[in-house]
Design a protein around this ligand. Structure first.
Ligand code: PRP
Ligand code: URA
Length: 209
């Protein structure tokens, strides 16, 4: 079963409150999503492999740790996942970025894939799939299927807000994928929106409504 991490750090929770707020405009929404993504990045990178090396300080030499250089890939689900990329790149500047374009059909709520472009060596990378919303879970589930079909072996999923239905779907279909959330909300409404949620993440990020 995938591990589920709800990142309850006060700074993350504070910023998510303002992201939810209907009175938060596009500019501030985008800045907050960026900042929360960076803060969540601290947790998602907690178990990156390290090795011990010797370092000479001005005083003496000692053993200390450095990253082993395990390669990372950040995979935003378009559109809204784009808002989470820069925050993670602040922490992981050498990461490569792959894109998966999916939209939810408004009638069926089923995801439709319209674009995919990935780093060529995804099978060697730790992939972090990012999308602000995990609602029915259909989009993230399809994105993870697509990555696995192309050879991905290590995948994490990072979302700002999720519904229980989405978490359940990923845990059932992808028990090897750990899930990192800023908040786990109550439910979905009849249109597939997360309640209380934050509304349409793509529209709020890009000002399209
Ligand atoms: C939103 C969101 C997720 C998806 C979540 O994207 O960014 O990708 O819905 O819903 P699900 O868990 O039920 O699949 P949307 O389809 O609105 O596309 P957009 O990002 O281009 O606005
Ligand atoms: N997609 C969104 O952007 N918001 C939701 O609440 C659900 C799906």
């Amino acid at each position: 079963m995938s591990n589920l991490y709800i990142l309850d750090h006060p700074l993350i929770q504070h910023k998510i409150t303002y992201i939810r707020d209907v009175n938060t405009g596009t500019k501030q929404f985008r800045e907050l999503v960026n900042e929360v993504s960076m803060l969540m990045g601290f947790e998602i990178t907690r178990n990156l492999p390290v090795k011990t090396t010797e370092v000479k300080t001005p005083v003496t030499t000692c053993e200390s740790q450095v990253l082993t250089g395990k390669k990372i890939g950040i995979i935003p689900i378009l559109r809204a996942g784009l808002g989470m990329v820069d925050g993670l790149l602040e922490l992981l500047p050498a990461a490569k970025v792959g894109h998966i374009g999916l939209y939810r059909d408004p009638e069926t709520l089923q995801p439709v894939e319209y674009y995919i472009k990935l780093p060529t060596d995804i099978q060697e990378r730790i992939l972090i799939v990012v999308d602000p919303m995990l609602a029915t879970g259909g989009s993230a589930n399809d994105a993870i299927d697509s990555l696995k079909k192309r050879g991905a072996k290590s995948i994490k999923l990072m979302c700002l807000v999720a519904a229980p239905e989405g978490v359940k779907l990923i845990q059932e279909n992808h028990p090897d994928v750990d899930i990192y959330l800023g908040a786990l909300d109550e439910s979905l409404d009849e249109d597939g929106y997360i309640v209380p949620g934050l509304g349409d993440a793509g529209d709020r990020l890009f000002g399209t409504k």
